[in-house]
Design a protein around this ligand. Structure first.
Ligand code: FAD
Length: 452
């Protein structure tokens, strides 16, 4: 799916944001500021929403407030990672490239930078991220704290590429962390859920800048599964989106190319408008779902485009949804995917949004869902105006039975004991978290529950 036209608008909004955010919002008792995530599924009243302009200001906030503290990035997590009744801190104003090393292809950013900004700034210094997610409006700190990923058999999640990070603890102490400096805090904070402190800077290992060719092919689901299975090593990035009731799938591949950038093509029909229309119609008239899913395959035709990686990676997701995603051992991926789609049909689940299937390579961050395991990522989505519980209740047991670990930023029902079973370093994470934040100020009720 493409988003070329909207990129300019989004970049402009991102550029404006620090101006908008240049004030510290403190609550009067009668009007506690509220916060909501992107999907609207998580909301909370807060004592304060604060936007420090720099590190000294952040430290002053940490030392002068009481109660729970949570960092927020782009607010694009579906899970209850942010909500507080205390203080939410946004590093939106602490953004931008700080330094770069042309020899080792590393770059240090203020951690509040959005991925869109970071990857565009990297392009100017002839560097590129190894991979990106489906969208690029997350903050670096938020994406890293949840092991955000793209797709590709040989490509790891973003957290795998952290060389060093700077963390300000709840007490206001500044820790520079790497594999050699505070190594335990480093391993925990690479996918830290915002539970250890506020990440203010991060150094990433990157690669030389590159162009990508994107190809989208529309086919039946069985053709798509076969194509992806047979070509998973041919393309650096490969994934499919399946509409199980209409038997249509979109296979998306990316590969590096030396070809020149293709001109932006204007489409007479915006794909988000089409999606919103179809999701609403299927919600109001569930009988129309198979036909609409099949028709969507006719509206979305095969396409190809070339451009700098940072322009090709992101899609625009303007139609809101809620999502569950699990990372499964790569070997069981296709079978699990088949089972999920069969269950969706058998239970006649009332959902228009597609299932998404991607690959992610293993890493060694303690709480990475890809810890020591090459994985496939399977996700299911529900339109935000519809109840997601019936769908997720059917699908989650299947994904768990296949050894799945949930995406930290997406919805799941696991508790602390479940996480202890699926993460070999769960206890190391808990120990490190307690050492660095003994009063538990960085924990909201969700984190207190799972880390208890
Ligand atoms: C439309 C959409 C598409 C998505 N596509 C993908 C995808 O392709 N791949 C994928 O893996 N995920 C995807 N996600 C999930 C998303 O990448 C993650 O949930 C990510 O965490 C969101 O980043 P954020 O900046 O919005 O963080 P938030 O949701 O604001 O925060 C996430 C976590 O990071 C912590 N945090 C934020 N800032 C800091 C800081 N400065 N210091 C310490 N902790 C901090 C927060 O406390 C919280 O625990 C998608 C989500 C949406 C809504």
């Amino acid at each position: 799916m493409s988003n070329r036209r909207q990129f300019v608008t989004r970049s402009a909004l991102l550029a404006l944001w620090p101006v908008v955010a240049r004030q510290t919002v403190l609550a009067s008792p009668s009007s506690l500021p509220s916060w909501s995530n992107w999907s609207g599924g998580q909301t909370c009243q807060n004592q304060a929403l604060l936007y420090p302009q720099n590190e000294p200001e952040l430290i002053k906030i940490l030392k002068s407030t009481e109660g729970t503290l949570r960092a927020v990035g782009g607010g694009h997590s579906f899970s209850p990672l942010v909500p507080t009744r205390g203080t939410i801190i946004s590093l939106e104003a602490m953004n931008g490239l700080i330094d770069h090393d042309p020899k080792h292809l590393q770059a240090t950013f203020h951690a509040g930078s959005r991925i869109a900004q970071a990857s565009a700034e990297l392009w100017k210094v002839n560097q590129g991220l190894f991979n990106e997610a489906d969208i690029n409006v997350q903050s670096l700190a938020g994406a890293l704290s949840t092991a955000t990923h793209g797709t590709g058999r040989g490509l790891q999640c973003l957290s795998a590429n952290i060389i060093a990070l700077k963390l300000v603890t709840a007490q206001g102490d500044v820790l520079n962390c790497s594999r050699t400096e505070h190594p335990d805090v480093f391993q925990a904070a690479r996918v830290g859920l915002g539970a250890l402190g506020i990440m203010t800077e991060v150094t990433l290992q990157n690669r030389r800048s590159y162009f990508l060719r994107e190809q989208v092919r529309v086919m039946s689901i069985s053709e798509a599964m076969l194509y992806v299975d047979q070509n998973k090593d041919r393309f650096s990035h490969i994934e499919f989106m399946a509409f199980p009731f209409g038997n249509r799938a979109m296979v998306k591949t990316l590969e590096e190319t030396q070809s020149p950038e293709t001109p932006v093509r204007e489409s007479w029909l915006d794909e988000n408008t089409l999606l919103e229309f179809a999701a609403n119609t299927a919600r109001e008239h569930p009988w129309s779902n198979p036909g609409l899913q099949h028709l969507l395959g006719m509206f979305v035709s095969d396409s190809s485009r070339v451009g700098p990686s940072w322009k090709i990676y992101p899609s625009t997701r303007a139609v809101r949804f809620n999502e569950m995603e699990y990372q499964l051992p790569a070997a069981v991926g296709m079978q699990a995917c088949e089972e999920v789609m069969t269950a969706m049909r058998q239970h006649k689940l009332d959902v228009f949004f597609p299932l998404e299937f991607r690959y992610v390579a293993a890493d060694d961050a303690w709480l990475s869902p890809f810890h020591n395991r090459d994985s496939v990522s399977i996700s299911v989505h529900q339109y935000y105006r519809q109840d997601y519980h019936p769908i997720f209740a059917v699908i989650e047991p299947i994904l768990r039975r296949h050894g799945g670990r949930p995406h930290w930023g997406k919805l799941n029902t696991l508790n602390g004991r479940d996480f202890q079973e699926i993460y070999p370093h769960w206890e190391d994470f808990r120990r490190t978290q307690r050492q660095i934040d003994p009063r538990g100020r960085m924990l909201n009720s969700y984190l207190r529950r799972i880390l208890a």
